[in-house]
Ligand binder design. Sequence first.
Ligand code: ADP
Ligand code: ZN
Length: 215
Amino acid sequence: MKIVLLGPPGAGKGTLAESLRDTLGLLHISTGDILREEMKNGTPLGKEAKKFVESGGLVPDELVTRLIKNRLENDPKAKKGFLMDGFPRTQKQAEDLDKILKDLNQPVDCTLCLEASVKTVVQRLTGRRVCKQCGALYHMTNKPPKKEGVCDNCGGPLYQRADDNEETIQNRMKVYTESTKPIIEYYKAQGKLRSIDADTDSQTVRTAALKIING
Ligand code: ADP
Ligand code: ZN
């Protein structure tokens, strides 16, 4: 199963992907996670991406598409299927993804669009905390760790992403509306779009997603 997750930042794409990954035996591919890893390791690509990510803008299409192409062509786990999170984010990326998958003979099966209000996403992004060690996601009020500042899974320290501040969030929302939202129509035209109400708790979103996927 090849699934693309769509929706604004903070809609819960990463949370849903983490929750479905093991259940469905799919690879979770997050361009945001890949870019943050490259930035942390100070690779040339990470250095190039940093200024875009930190301002809440988009990393150039060519750069992210290359990352995705590499992953899809070279990671054997991707062949079994994936949950794509954070890509595509522009019309060009959507078209390029289709080309890459066509060459691999494994087209997208469905796109799940998580629909959440601005109020919800701002609340989720400002309260989000991430484990530095294993990447597990938390939220100050919606999903606090058992011990403050410490990951339940691995005991690693929790941190707040540099782009999860009010000002950068406003910019990410603007970029979403202008560049990413239009690709909803692209998938609708292919008959692949399914919408999910994401203004609700993560368990309800998971149940709705599984219902769609299992037909
Ligand atoms: P969120 O969905 O919470 O906004 P992500 O972790 O998906 O966060 O992405 C963080 C940042 O990484 C984005 O604001 C952007 O700068 C960059 N990024 C991630 N995916 C892409 C992409 N497909 N194209 C361009 N930039 C991207
Ligand atoms: Zn952890």
